[in-house]
Design a protein around this ligand. Structure first.
Ligand SMILES: [Zn+2]
Length: 82
């Protein structure tokens, strides 16, 4: 039996539950930043849908793109693009 299930995670608490984090990429700086949902919530920030958050690069102010990445041993694993 094969079960393929797509789990939709969108809020910070769901991302934390599934041990995911949000990778932020600035193309201009070629730089990754990460937001760890459990740390986000630990700071008392609201349990928002990450799609609704606007992220800007701390270096150049460009709006970067967001990607949900799995956390392995607390480290973000950037998914390779083919
Ligand atoms: Zn930048």
């Amino acid at each position: 039996m094969e079960v393929i299930e797509t789990v939709k995670v969108s809020t910070m608490s769901e991302l934390a539950e599934h041990e995911c984090c949000i990778g932020l990429y600035c193309q201009a700086c070629d730089k990754w930043e990460e937001v760890v949902p459990s740390e986000w919530l630990g700071q008392g920030l609201p349990d928002v849908d990450f799609e609704e958050i606007g992220f800007k690069c701390g270096e150049c102010g460009t709006s970067g793109w967001k990607q949900v990445c799995p956390l392995v041993d607390g480290e973000m694993v950037a998914v390779a693009h083919h």
